[in-house]
Ligand binder design. Structure first.
Ligand code: PAF
Length: 293
């Protein structure tokens, strides 16, 4: 059932004014930061926020400074009307959708750099990406001042970056991870899936299958990361349409290459199907670590 359309606010002043009333009556604010093009993965974040917080704010902002390629930013299409209707269906209280000039009225000079966790996986291939993400999320945190913020595990490295940022900078905001939502064939939901041709969509679940193979190898007791990577890569090798950008096994918290697998690790991968880049990950731990935890 479609609920009432939530107010869509475009300025920092308006959103601060509106949320001051929530805070004054002792309500908690939950923030779901997005770049629009909402799908059921965002829906899961919103639903989780609705269960925990009194007021759910969804931000919709295509952040120019996190794109490493200008043409990707320019091609990033969102339908605000559709996103707002989706927010209404899920009972969102407020949508904050500022134009770029509201968040970046002048060239940005201050940035948030989260060392270490930003380095490997996507960080290696998308220079400046996590600096752009951390900077805009910090801005949103200062504007909205949420009690909690909700991020999908699908973007596992992004989640680790935001966690490290809030911990290291002593921010009193709980970062709530939400499980990846998948299609029945395993493909993780992503706004980018809409760009796949029918043929690419058919082969896209190979990414999840490769990660599953990697995870099974860890669960079978393999402790060498390179063997795990080799097993996952073998699945992708049989799929000529997929170009592998990376497969890595990293410590699940620090995002540093694991070498020998002795605790919780994240197996992360990025592939290209034509002009579309897909990422996904699975977290697992070796059988001995599971027994002792
Ligand atoms: O995950 C996203 O959609 C974006 O990276 C985020 C967190 C909204 C920052 O622009």
């Amino acid at each position: 059932m479609t609920g009432e359309q939530p107010p869509l606010l475009e300025t920092i002043e308006e959103v601060r004014g509106s949320l001051a009333a929530v805070r004054a009556r002792g309500g908690t604010i939950g923030l779901v930061p997005t770049m629009g093009a909402l799908h059921a993965g965002h829906g899961a974040l919103i639903e989780r926020a609705r269960r925990r917080d009194d007021c759910v704010v969804v931000s919709i902002f295509v952040n120019p400074i996190q794109f490493d390629r200008r043409q990707d930013y320019e091609a990033y299409a969102i339908d605000m009307g559709q996103d707002r209707r989706y927010c209404a269906e899920l009972g969102v209280d407020l949508v904050f959708a500022p134009p770029a000039a509201e968040l970046y009225p002048r060239p940005q000079r201050a940035f948030v750099e989260v060392a270490g966790v930003s380095e490997h996986l996507c960080g290696k291939f998308r220079p400046g990406h996590f600096r752009g993400v951390a900077t805009v999320v910090m801005k949103l945190f200062h504007i909205i001042e949420p009690r909690r913020a909700y991020f999908g595990e699908k973007d596992g490295q992004q989640l680790a970056v935001i966690r490290a940022m809030t911990r290291d900078l002593n921010m009193d905001i709980e970062i709530v991870p939400v499980s990846t939502v998948r299609e029945p064939d395993g493909l993780a939901l992503s706004s980018r899936n809409r760009r796949l041709s029918p043929a690419e969509r058919e082969i896209a679940p190979v990414l999840f299958r490769a990660l599953q193979r990697g995870r099974d190898t860890v669960l079978d007791g393999e402790s060498s990361s390179s063997e795990v990577i080799r097993a996952a890569a073998e699945v992708l090798r049989h799929c000529p349409g997929a170009r592998v950008e990376y497969i890595e096994v990293v410590d699940a918290d620090t995002m540093q290459p694991a070498g020998r697998i002795t605790g919780r690790v994240m197996i992360g991968a990025a592939i290209w199907l034509g002009a579309t880049r897909l990422i996904d990950n699975l977290v697992c731990e070796p059988p001995a670590a599971e027994r002792t935890s």
